[in-house]
Design a protein. Structure first.
Length: 206
């Protein structure tokens, strides 16, 4: 998982309430377990008409094609618990979402995939949304270590985050990565267990 330390870029405005996971990545794109190529299905029904014509969707506009942040309405990521939703966002290049609130499962899945979901007050979201509406004329900087957003005019907004999740993002560790940090200790424990309780422990390589 890629580390998240500091991010500077354009934010895309999506002031829509209850953007659910089916809007983020529709069900027909869930046939793969690969994490690449999913950007083609990202917000598919909001980007394309039924007959294949492109709509005027924010992420397809020139000012936002390289957006790294989405500023959204409350309850972002509600709906089904598909992990393809953060995969699709990440495949497009989105590393951070800013909103008042999130569905719990989506919120947790973001941390497991290297995306920073920031919770702000309604007034603070509105301030960052102002920059997002300026497109490429305004960039914001997100400093995870300092837990701070710097707006285009220099205004700083602090955000809260669980200390353990923060450290995992800073170090680029998902759950597997966290476990592998204790690889030597796990191996030592298993070898001792095999010696002490050979009837209960599977044989492992020395």
């Amino acid at each position: 998982m890629e580390k998240f330390t500091q991010l500077t870029g354009v934010a895309a405005p999506m002031p829509i309430v209850n953007i659910d996971t089916d809007m983020i990545i529709p069900k027909q794109f869930l046939k793969t377990i690969k994490r690449t190529g999913l950007k083609e299905g990202l917000f598919h029904e909001m980007r394309w008409t039924a007959d294949g014509q492109k709509k005027d969707f924010v992420l397809d506009r020139p000012a936002y094609q390289n957006a790294k942040v989405i500023v959204a309405g409350p309850n972002f990521g509600c709906g089904s618990s598909r992990e393809h939703a953060p995969w699709a966002l990440l495949d497009f290049g989105i590393r951070c979402v800013i909103s008042e609130s999130y569905a719990d499962i989506f919120y947790n899945n973001c941390f497991k995939n290297g995306i920073l979901p920031i919770k702000l007050s309604k007034e603070e979201v509105a301030r960052v949304m102002e920059d997002a509406n300026l497109g490429a004329n305004a960039t914001i900087t997100i400093d995870l270590q300092a837990q701070q957003i710097t707006c285009s005019d220099g205004q700083k907004i602090r955000f809260e985050i669980d200390s353990f999740r923060k450290q995992c993002l800073l170090e680029g560790l998902d759950e597997v990565g966290q476990t592998m940090q204790a690889d030597s200790s796990i191996g030592s424990f298993e070898r001792d267990r095999q010696t002490q309780q050979p009837w209960a422990a599977p044989s492992i390589a020395a």
